[in-house]
Design a protein around this ligand. Structure first.
Ligand code: HEM
Length: 383
């Protein structure tokens, strides 16, 4: 057993803006240094990053790795690397482990099953068609400003059964979640949870009401509202970013007809995963991973982007949506949204093209464990 290589000069967590065709070199550098590497993390503590698929999959199903921030190192800098509240203070899918997590998953899972989501296909295509038609005024339109944020949020609010007039306020709150101004994130969480609560009060027969019924009367309203916040936030931010890259690839790919739409979506998600890292995990006890010793209380991330872009990756299921008990609950929905938008572009806007050279497209990230997003994507929908 040995220590992980310490890469003291690498920083994959910094805010960055780069050209779309210039991949972030830090993921390849970490992968080349070994299956587990140690970096100076944004939380002020070391972070162990897993860069190889096999140990990553083992960790994602290993109960010695907890998602509960109560196990974070005591000196963690929450402003530089925000963590959710502890599972004791605010139970959630993303912070609970073991049986309490499994019970909460059981309440959610049927509402997001492949069958249930397939049944929404026509509705999701309709929303994509309507929103794209709305932004098309014959002039170049920045789809990142006018469409990619609004579409996933509209789909979520619709599926949850919340009133559509919540979309603008929910969109503004999602943007505040990315702010580095102290207090903005907590404020945005409160806003989104409050919107979900007011939407539920105004009736509606969607996933929100069904989740409330499945959770039962013992679940405090505060917890229900937080679960709804989690769905809106996790589903909006990721799909917004993915849409930009997927549409850009669709409009610029020289061989779109040789790849099916689902294949193109999978390819782009591997190159530009909206979650380049998993969420934080912490060891509850000393653990050895791929021959490397990790102490108790170690902060651990899986490098989803590095693993997915490994030239040695043999294909098959990838880790874009995670794996194990915390596998993304919205994976089916996200794939439906992404394929629906490309299908509508193909059928309704067959001559759509970028209004700027592809080399001008830039992406940026606020840093931390957040993925990147195209800054702008001016498109002429009907040239
Ligand atoms: C392209 C879009 C998406 C990507 C790439 C993505 C990626 C991920 C990943 C990697 C995880 C696992 C994180 C970890 O294990 O630490 C996750 C979990 C989760 N995702 Fe997604 N996601 C996407 C869309 C969605 C959507 C549309 C929803 C909403 C319905 C959603 C809701 C969630 C939730 C609630 C979890 C936590 C599940 C749990 O911990 O049990 N995601 N997602």
């Amino acid at each position: 057993m040995s220590d992980a290589p310490h890469l003291s000069t690498l920083n994959p967590f910094k805010a960055r803006t780069s050209r779309l065709d210039q991949p972030d070199p830090t993921h390849a550098a970490m992968r080349e240094a070994g299956p587990v590497v140690r970096l100076d993390g944004p939380g002020g503590s070391p972070v162990w990053i897993v860069t190889a698929e096999q140990p990553a999959r083992e960790i994602l199903t290993d109960p010695r790795f907890t998602k509960n921030p109560s196990h974070a190192p005591a000196n963690w800098n929450h402003e530089a690397a925000p963590l959710e509240q502890t599972a004791e203070a605010q139970p959630s899918l993303t912070t609970l482990d073991g049986e309490p997590h499994a019970a909460l998953r059981r309440a959610h899972a049927p509402l997001f099953s492949a069958k249930r989501i397939r049944a929404q296909s026509e509705r999701v295509h309709h929303l994509a068609r309507t929103l794209l038609a709305e932004v098309d005024d014959g002039a170049p339109v920045d789809l990142m400003a006018g469409f990619t944020t609004r579409f996933p949020l509209t789909v979520l609010i619709d599926l949850l059964g919340l009133p559509m007039d919540l979309v603008p306020a929910a969109g503004a709150a999602c943007l505040r979640m990315l702010s580095d101004i102290p207090g903005q994130q907590a404020d945005a969480i409160g806003t989104l949870a409050g919107l979900a609560a007011s939407g539920l009060d105004r009736g509606g027969d969607g996933i929100a009401a069904r989740l409330r019924d499945r959770l039962g009367p013992d679940t405090p309203p505060r917890d229900l509202h937080y679960h709804l916040f989690s769905l809106i936030f996790a589903g909006q931010l990721t799909t917004d970013a993915a849409l930009g890259f997927v549409i850009a690839e669709w409009l610029t790919s020289s061989e779109p007809s040789t790849r099916s739409i689902p294949e193109l979506v999978d390819h782009v998600l591997r190159q530009h995963p909206p979650a380049p890292f998993t969420l934080w995990r912490f060891t509850t006890t000393p653990v050895s991973v791929a021959g490397i010793d990790l102490p108790a209380g170690a902060a651990v991330l899986i490098d989803i982007r590095g693993i997915g872009t490994d030239p040695g990756h043999t294909g098959g299921t990838d880790l874009v949506f995670g794996a194990g008990p915390h596998y993304c609950i919205g994976a089916q929905l996200a794939r439906l949204e992404l394929t629906a938008v490309l299908t509508v572009l193909r059928d309704d806007f067959p001559r759509a093209r970028l209004a700027v050279p592809a080399a001008h497209l830039q992406c940026s990230t606020v840093g931390g464990i957040m993925g990147d997003r195209l800054v702008q994507m001016p498109v002429l929908l009907r040239p």
